[in-house]
Design a protein around this ligand. Structure first.
Ligand code: GLY
Length: 389
C-alpha cells in the first residue's frame, strides 16, 4: 500500500497485491472524468456497464457521456435494485448477457452501484470465460469504504447471505464523493458506521479525527469526505494486502458484524435495520462485551457510543423495531455466523479504541447472560412477527 501526494479532494490509495495490485482513486466529480481514468485499462475501446434501476436514474448518463467523450463505446445492463438481485437467477441472466454482448476476457466490466451491484457483477466477471476484467464505481458510502475494495464477490443462497462467491480483485476502483449527494441521509449514516469501524478496530488517530470532523463528513463537506473515505480505504487496503483471503487479520474487519448479522437476521434483513446500522449496534455490543470481560476501559466504549449516537445510529437493541429480541434467538443466529470455526463462535473484541483482536473464548452461556444484561429478553416467547415490525 502506498499513498500518492494529492490535493484535499483528490486521493489515491494503492491495494498492493503483487500482479493483482490496483488503485482506488477518490475525488469529487470523478464519474464525469471516468473515461480518462478507465481508458488506460482497456485493450479495446468497448466496455460493459452493469448498474441498477435506482443508480441508472442518477448516474448512468454521466458515466456513458464520460466514456463516449474518451472514445469508449459501452453497452449497459440495468438490474432491479435490491438485495434480491444477488440470486442464482440474476447471475445466470447477467452471465448470459455478457456472453451475448461478446464481452471477451481482456474486456472490462464496470459495476456502477452499491454493494449488490458490485458483489453480483464481480462474481459474474470472475466466472464468465473464467475471468473478465472488472472495475468498481461504488455509489454508496458503504460500498466506497468497504464492499468495493478487497475482492469479495458473492450472491446469496437459500442457506444464507454471500455463501456462493469468489475472491476476485477489481483492476480499478473509482470513488466519486459527489454521488453521495443523491444518497438518502439514512444510507449515508449507515455507510459512516463502516468508516467509524476502521477507527475503532485499528486506527485510534483516525477515531480522534472523526470525533472532531465526523459532522463535516455527514454534512457533505467534500474535503472531509475525501479524507474519511481515503483513510478508510488505506486501512482496508493494508489489511487486504496482508491477508487477502481472510486467514487471520482480515477477520478484524468484521468488528460488530457477528452481533450485527444476528439483528439483521432477526429483523428479516428488512428496512427496519440497514447493514451499517446493524454494524453500529454490533460495534457497541462488541465494546461493551470487551468492557464486561475486563479487556477494555469503559471510557473507550462510551466514546464509541457517543460518536455513533451523534450520527443518529442505533446504539441499543431496545430501539430496533419493537425492541424485543430473545437472547436465545440472538445466540442461535450468531451460532450460524460464517466465522464459526470448529463449532466455536469467533468474536472481534477490543483492548481499547484502535486495538481489536479475535477470540473464540466467549461461551454461549456468557453471551446469553451478556445479551440479557443489554436488554435482550430471557423468554423465548418473542414472536418473529413482532421483531419484524
Ligand atoms: N467486508 C469485510 C471484508 O471485506 O473482509
Amino acid at each position: 500500500m502506498n499513498q500518492k501526494p494529492n490535493d484535499e479532494t483528490q486521493q489515491s490509495v494503492r491495494v498492493a497485491l503483487d500482479a493483482r495490485s490496483y488503485d482506488i482513486e477518490i475525488g469529487a466529480d470523478l464519474l464525469a472524468l471516468a473515461g480518462a481514468h478507465i481508458a488506460p485499462h482497456l485493450k479495446r475501446d468497448r466496455v460493459a456497464i452493469v448498474t441498477d434501476s435506482h443508480v441508472a436514474k442518477h448516474h448512468l448518463q454521466t458515466l456513458q457521456a464520460a466514456l463516449t467523450h474518451a472514445g469508449i463505446a459501452s453497452t449497459t445492463s440495468i438490474i432491479p435494485a435490491g438485495e434480491n438481485s444477488k440470486s442464482f437467477g440474476r447471475l445466470e441472466q447477467l452471465c448470459g448477457w455478457l456472453l451475448d454482448e461478446k464481452i471477451e476476457r481482456d474486456d472490462c466490466v464496470i459495476a456502477l452501484g452499491g454493494g449488490v451491484i458490485g458483489d453480483l457483477t464481480g462474481f459474474a466477471a470472475a466466472i464468465v470465460r473464467r475471468g473478465l476484467r472488472f472495475i468498481q464505481i461504488p455509489t454508496t458510502l458503504l460500498a466506497q469504504v468497504d464492499s468495493s475494495i478487497g475482492g469479495k464477490t458473492a450472491i446469496n443462497a437459500a442457506q444464507g447471505k454471500n455463501l456462493i462467491g469468489a475472491f476476485f480483485q477489481p483492476e480499478l476502483v473509482l470513488v466519486d464523493t459527489q454521488v453521495l449527494n443523491t444518497l438518502p441521509a439514512r444510507e449515508l449514516r449507515a455507510g459512516y458506521a463502516e468508516i467509524v469501524k476502521y477507527g475503532a478496530l485499528g486506527n485510534a488517530a483516525f477515531f480522534d479525527w472523526l470525533e472532531a470532523n465526523g459532522g463535516d463528513v455527514l454534512a457533505g463537506d467534500a474535503a472531509a469526505q475525501t479524507y474519511a473515505i481515503a483513510e478508510s480505504c488505506r486501512s482496508k487496503a493494508g489489511i487486504v494486502a496482508r491477508d487477502e483471503r481472510e486467514s487471520g487479520e482480515r477477520a478484524l474487519l468484521n468488528l460488530g458484524h457477528t452481533f450485527g448479522h444476528a439483528f439483521e437476521a432477526l429483523t428479516g434483513y428488512s428496512n427496519t435495520l440497514l447493514h451499517g446500522e446493524a454494524v453500529a449496534l454490533g460495534m457497541v455490543l462488541a465494546f461493551d462485551l470487551s468492557v464486561a470481560r475486563g479487556h477494555c476501559a469503559p471510557e473507550d466504549a462510551a466514546r464509541l457510543k457517543a460518536l455513533l449516537e451523534a450520527a443518529a445510529l442505533p446504539v441499543t437493541m431496545t430501539r430496533i423495531g419493537n425492541g424485543n429480541f430473545a437472547a436465545d434467538a440472538l445466540v442461535g443466529a450468531m451460532a450460524q455466523d460464517k466465522k464459526v470455526k470448529s463449532g466455536k463462535m469467533r468474536f472481534v473484541l477490543v483492548e481499547g479504541l484502535g486495538k481489536s483482536f479475535l477470540t473464540d473464548t466467549v461461551s454461549p452461556a456468557d453471551l446469553r447472560a451478556f445479551l440479557i444484561a443489554q436488554g435482550a429478553l430471557e423468554t423465548t416467547e418473542v414472536s418473529r412477527e413482532g421483531q419484524r415490525q
